[in-house]
Design a binder for this molecule. Structure first.
Ligand code: SF4
Length: 393
């Protein structure tokens, strides 16, 4: 039996948003109320279902509803979309899930029910410190979001959070960690990506080295904690270092030619690789009007794949962790985020930097045997995730 694979479609439902977060990369479109229609959603679902159902291995399909603020759409929009989805993905082998990434400022009873019964996963954007997530009036949104997080918890709705690091909150990284620890919530701590226009981030931008320093601090908090706290990308990086030193651990290489695991669908139906989002010259084509197999099997798409392969080849081939890290950041990471050297080669400052640091700290505290690079299992008194990962060895 062939192994199941996962593909994710990030759908930009609409760019419209009730907030004006100062770093938002969609900033210039936030007043635009144009939204994907149900007819377009239906075409999208049909094209996705027709393609993935006919592969000779099973595929899990995840739709991630994104914006703007996706919950500005009336809940009936999503209920109808889910109905259409159920009709189209009606084969017993179809496995489809829906996630939503929300600013959680709008939470009436209907939306609470939608998050509870409609979506499978809920992501909440909150920065905790810094005051950059503001309404058009410049008032901060955070008090409302915290109250609404309590409502989700009271309703038994599990959710994870995304926090964007900026100059305004990077010095509070320990408080951010403690918040998620005390709330028992998982979180992704993301760097500030390039904005929508020049100087958008003036005054609160951070360098890759500052991001790396914050991640190092997060790792130190994580490793000295007796409680397991799920913080991405730290947990992923720890696992990669553990695998790097684990005999017979699986090697992973991101092979975009063989399997592409994530696409972005813009409001107009243009389908992109994440690294090329919104560059019309690098769209794979329109998924509202074009079957998926045609979007994948065309010269433009293979050129994009080949470019991603070159980025991995140039940046990852000399990286000691390549094989434990798949190289995915170079293939699918936002190309404007990564610095390039004077040969035009992308620099993996943050991802490789945190792997090296974890490696160094593991050695320092005696988790990796200095002589033979094997994990020293009996010296592990750290925490559950390392133990779990190492029990694999
Ligand atoms: S850490 Fe960076 S350079 Fe190393 S394999 Fe991963 S993406 Fe490539």
């Amino acid at each position: 039996m062939n192994k199941r694979k996962l593909v994710q479609f990030v759908i930009k439902t609409s760019k419209h948003c009730n907030l004006r977060c100062r770093y938002c990369y969609e900033y210039e479109g936030l007043a635009d109320k144009t939204a994907i229609t149900l007819e377009q959603i239906e075409s999208l679902f049909r094209h996705v279902a027709d393609y993935y159902r006919n592969l000779d291995f099973p595929v899990d399909i995840e739709f991630i509803w994104h914006g703007g603020e996706p919950l500005l759409q009336h809940p009936s929009f999503y209920w109808q979309a889910f109905d259409i989805q159920n009709q189209i993905f009606d084969h017993p082998s179809d496995r489809v899930t829906n996630a939503v990434q929300t600013n959680l400022t709008l939470l009436d009873r209907e939306r609470l029910r939608l998050l509870s019964e409609g979506f499978d996963y809920v992501g909440v954007s909150i920065d905790l410190f810094g005051g950059l997530r503001v309404y058009q009036t410049e008032l901060e949104s955070q008090d409302r979001v915290l109250k609404n997080m309590d409502k989700l918890l009271d309703a038994g709705i599990r959710f994870g959070c995304i926090t964007v690091l900026s100059k305004r909150n990077i010095d509070r990284i320990a408080d951010i960690y403690q918040f998620y620890r005390s709330m028992d919530l998982s979180a992704r701590i993301l760097p500030l990506f390039k904005g929508a226009f020049d100087n958008q981030h003036a005054g609160f931008e951070i360098t890759a080295y500052e991001t790396l320093a914050a991640y190092k601090k997060l790792f130190d908090l994580w490793i000295s904690d007796d409680k397991f706290v799920s913080i991405t990308p730290i947990s992923d990086a720890i696992q990669q270092v553990v695998y790097h030193y684990t005999p017979d651990a699986p090697t992973v290489f991101y092979d975009k030619r063989e399997w592409e695991c994530i696409y972005l669908v813009n409001t107009d139906g243009n389908l992109y690789s994440y690294a090329d989002a919104y560059n019309p010259e690098r769209s794979h084509g329109n998924i509202f009007t074009t079957p998926m197999n045609q979007l994948i099997d065309n010269e433009q798409h293979w050129r994009i794949v080949s470019d991603a392969e070159s980025r991995i080849e140039q940046t990852c081939s000399n990286c000691q962790y390549f094989g434990s890290c798949s190289g995915y950041p170079m293939a699918e990471g936002s190309r404007e985020y990564y610095e390039v050297d004077d040969r035009g080669i992308m620099q993996c400052i943050v991802e490789q930097g945190i792997l090296k640091y974890i490696d160094f700290r593991f050695r320092e505290i005696g988790i990796i045997d200095q002589d033979n690079y094997k994990m020293v299992l009996d010296r592990l008194n750290v925490n559950q995730e390392v133990n779990t990962a190492l029990s694999y060895a």
